[in-house]
Structure formats: C-alpha cells, structure tokens
Design a protein. Structure first.
Length: 99
C-alpha cells in the first residue's frame, strides 16, 4: 500500500457504502473503526455508516460538528452502529474529519 493514503481510526470519510443486498450502494460518510495498525497492514478498513436521518436507526449515536476534533458535518447525524462493514481503502472518495 506504499504511496497510497492510509486511513486512521476515528476519521470520517466519504465512500460508496453498500446496502444489505451488496449489489447497490449509496455515497455516504463513514466512521473508520479499525485500528491504524490494521489499516496499514490490510487493503480494507472496518467502517460504520453515518446518516443524517436521525429517525433512521434507534441504535444510532448522535454526532455533530461540535463533537468532532476537526472538520465539520453539514447536519447533525447518527453513527449507525447497526451498519458495520469492511470496505477497500481504494474506494474511499474523500476524508476530511476526525471524530
């Protein structure tokens, strides 16, 4: 993975997040859960989806710009703890926040 961006635990990134049918996806922010050592060693990262639909998940954890160490969120959102998956680091579109 030399020369590529390595994502860090607690970063918020924008990616194509898969639906449960694994054939469709939606571009959405995700919270990177996997530890930095894992992210350096493997091509994928473990992520949790983030949604601005506050009613969408009763198992979500609310997050806003004020709760970030850096960056911003356009809207108060929920970390979807019921939407955890692994994705290839290469399909991450952008990173710009730290939870």
């Amino acid at each position: 993975m030399s020369g590529k961006v390595i994502y860090r635990q607690r970063e918020i990134a924008l990616t194509r997040f898969p639906f449960s049918n694994l054939t469709d996806f939606k571009v959405r922010p995700v919270l990177i859960l996997s530890k930095d050592g894992y992210n350096h060693k493997y091509a994928d990262v473990i992520v949790c989806g983030i949604s601005s639909n506050l009613e969408e998940s009763e198992y979500g954890i609310e997050i806003s710009t004020e709760s970030l160490d850096g960056g911003y969120l356009k809207l108060t959102s929920k970390i979807r703890v019921d939407a955890i998956t692994n994705i290839e680091q290469d399909i991450i579109l952008k990173k710009n926040r730290q939870a």
